[in-house]
Design a protein around this ligand. Structure first.
Ligand code: AMP
Length: 282
């Protein structure tokens, strides 16, 4: 596995791989790998000739009071895991490489995909995400790029950017990988102490209650969200930021679900802000 810090070196590697008719899979990440990241890498490895993984904690997508400074890091361990997963390139640019002096461009998806959920709570977050992801896609020029359903709004926003800007990449969605008690794996789970970690299982448990109600015929979106909130409120360590439901995949407001909805939540437990979601469809 090559560990590359320079954009020009990644571009040279890709040029050569493409001239050898290799397909390129790309997994953009912020590092501190867990089994969710490894599943994305495994998919790329199976489906593409060459797998490129990036680790970049993108300052542009963090708000002023967020955890940019404290975001967990363990580059040595990540490099071992990426190599074990069969990655060909680990791209680890620094801020000067990604945002050189004078950088002054933003990429923004507007409308119903970004005006709600994390889009309305984390001002500028998705602009930071789409700006850095477009840069990374332009550097790596992958045939396929892998994203997790855990960050469902991010996935939808990136798909929309790819369509709107005519990018030649297949965005591949990968199902959420969970701990044994249902907690979605996340680099941020390391912020939880042991009692908070136990409490965090309430998120998935609550989403499963909505799934059960859906299977029993409930289609009222407010009702489905109330079921989720009610379960989360039963956990004293959990503080709800939002529990909301929208049509899936276009994230439009609806009273009654039609074919498919997504119930998404953000909940604070201790220092951690955790997100999760469930897609309910006929
Ligand atoms: P991150 O490093 O948290 O920015 O995540 C990098 C990629 O891994 C994103 O596409 C995430 O959606 C995906 N991802 C994160 N956690 C999980 C998980 N538990 N299951 C599947 N994919 C995940």
């Amino acid at each position: 596995m090559l560990v590359i810090k320079k954009i020009s070196e990644v571009k040279d590697f890709i040029k050569k791989a493409k001239s050898d008719k290799k397909t390129i899979g790309f997994v953009p990440t912020m590092g501190y790998f867990h089994k969710g990241h490894l599943k994305l890498m495994g998919r790329s490895k199976r489906e593409c000739d060459v797998t490129v993984i990036s680790i970049y904690v993108n300052p542009m997508q963090f708000g002023v009071n967020e955890d940019f400074k404290n975001y967990p890091k363990d580059l040595e361990r990540d490099a071992v895991l990426a190599e074990q997963a069969g990655a060909d390139v680990l791209f680890i640019p620094n801020d000067a490489e990604m945002y050189p002096k004078g950088f002054n461009t933003k990429v923004e998806v507007g409308g119903s995909l970004t005006d709600k959920l994390c889009g309305s709570r984390r001002t500028g977050h998705f602009t930071g995400v789409t700006t850095v992801v477009l840069k990374l896609l332009n550097i790596v020029k992958p045939d396929r790029a892998y994203f997790g359903e855990k960050d469902i709004q991010q996935l939808l926003v990136i798909k929309k950017m790819v369509v709107d800007l005519n990018l030649d990449v297949d965005v591949v969605a990968v199902k959420t990988v969970r701990e044994a008690d249902g907690l979605a794996m996340s680099s941020r789970n390391c912020y939880l102490d042991s009692s908070e970690r136990k409490a965090a299982a309430v998120l998935h448990r609550a989403l499963l209650k909505a799934k059960k109600a859906w299977e029993e015929g409930e289609r009222g979106i407010k009702k489905l969200c109330d079921i989720v909130s009610g379960e989360i409120l039963s956990e004293p360590l959990a503080r709800i930021e939002y529990v909301e439901g929208y049509s899936y995949p276009d994230l439009e407001y609806l009273d009654e679900a039609r074919r498919a909805v997504v119930i998404a939540l953000a909940v604070r437990i201790g220092k951690a802000r955790l997100i999760d979601n469930i897609i309910l469809e006929d």
